[in-house]
Design a protein around this ligand. Structure first.
Ligand SMILES: C[S@@+](CC[C@H](N)C(=O)[O-])C[C@H]1O[C@@H](n2cnc3c(N)ncnc32)[C@H](O)[C@@H]1O
Length: 326
């Protein structure tokens, strides 16, 4: 994969099995993340650093950043592997990649951004020492196919580290505003916990099974807690109303916004009183899994073996994907 700025972004087929996510991250979600980039980076930076510590990138390594979004982690990884190492950030969201490309960066960082679907796109074969992601891997329509594609882009002894959320009801930073709003919103059916979305990897046994099926060997998944916030009440409220399940509900029911804003605002005020930190910033706890998976040479499956396994399970589209790569 050439290490270029990638400003000439290719279009991703709208017929892709990730079409709904591609639409979502190129419209409402991508625009919101681009707009709130600074605040969101501040909120999740410590969580990404926890995954980087688990990955332990070394000078000279070549790393792929999956679902790199607005690029904060790609630049941080590039700083850890410089001067000879490099980072390629891939993402499906043009608005977020635009922010990534515009970010100031030091001249000695080797970093490139590519618009690419990590599940179906050609991310190369045996190129990278490691793959990394901060909350960018829970949105695949076929996670096994996606992680096998990422696995194929790694060197035989490569490794993968990412962070994903633990369940929504264990994440007060998102649950508290949502709970305050729920009585005012139309009832919704409980979401499928395995459907693509921020909490799709909340169950670590599912993560283990997906990674094992896509050719990874030893895995480490340990719980980790962090304070998420860093903004004042107004900033925190704005963000809570814009992103995640609550942001989505308000975009679908803008007519309910006024009442919801009042209720969420009241809840955040209460949280502020009980949780105000020394720096006058609001922080609520966030619970997540940093995951490390290694391409264990003894147990690693070839791309062909993974395809056979999946074809046997009836995943025809994955067989087609794999044949096109062999
Ligand atoms: C929650 S955001 C996280 C962004 C960034 N990693 C961060 O921490 O700021 C999820 C990201 O995953 C990207 N994404 C979702 N599905 C993807 C796919 N199939 N291939 C590549 N990126 C994807 C989205 O466009 C979005 O940028």
């Amino acid at each position: 994969m050439p290490l270029t700025q990638g400003s000439n972004m290719p279009q991703i087929a709208e017929t892709s099995s990730n079409a709904a996510q591609i639409e979502y991250w190129n419209t409402t979600a991508g625009e919101t993340w681009a707009q709130f980039q600074e605040a969101l980076d501040r909120q999740v930076e410590p969580l990404g650093l926890a995954a980087m510590d688990v990955l332990c990138p070394g000078e000279g390594e070549h790393i792929i950043d999956i679902g790199c979004g607005c690029g904060q982690t790609s630049l941080a990884l590039a700083a850890r592997v410089r001067p000879t190492g490099s980072v390629v950030g891939v993402d499906i969201s043009e608005p977020m990649l635009d922010v990534a490309l515009r970010r100031p960066r030091s001249a000695d960082l080797q970093v490139a951004f590519r618009k690419l679907d990590a599940q179906t796109g050609d991310i190369g074969h045996g190129l990278f020492d490691a793959a990394f992601s901060r909350f960018g891997v829970m949105f695949f329509s076929d996670p096994v196919a996606a992680f096998a594609n990422i696995r194929a882009s790694l060197k035989p002894d490569g490794r993968l580290a990412f962070v994903c959320w633990r369940p929504l009801n264990e994440n007060p930073w998102m649950q508290a505003p949502l709970q305050a709003a729920l009585p005012l919103l139309p009832p919704v059916a409980p979401p499928d916990p395995t459907a693509p979305g921020p909490f799709a990897f909340a169950d670590p046994s599912r993560v283990r099974s997906i990674l094992a099926d896509s050719g990874y060997g030893s895995m480490t998944i340990n719980p980790f807690d962090a304070d998420i916030g860093g903004g004042d009440l107004e900033q925190t409220l704005k963000l809570a109303l814009a992103v995640g399940p609550l942001g989505r509900a308000l975009r679908e029911h803008p007519e309910l916004a006024d009442n919801v804003v009042d209720a969420v605002s009241l809840e955040m005020c209460c949280q502020t009183i009980s949780l105000r930190t020394a720096c006058e910033c609001l922080a609520l706890s966030g619970l997540f899994w940093p995951v490390l998976a290694e391409c264990d040479l003894k147990t690693t499956l070839t791309v062909e073996q993974v395809a056979q396994k999946l074809t046997r399970r009836g995943a025809d589209h994955y067989g087609a994907w794999s044949r096109s790569r062999l």
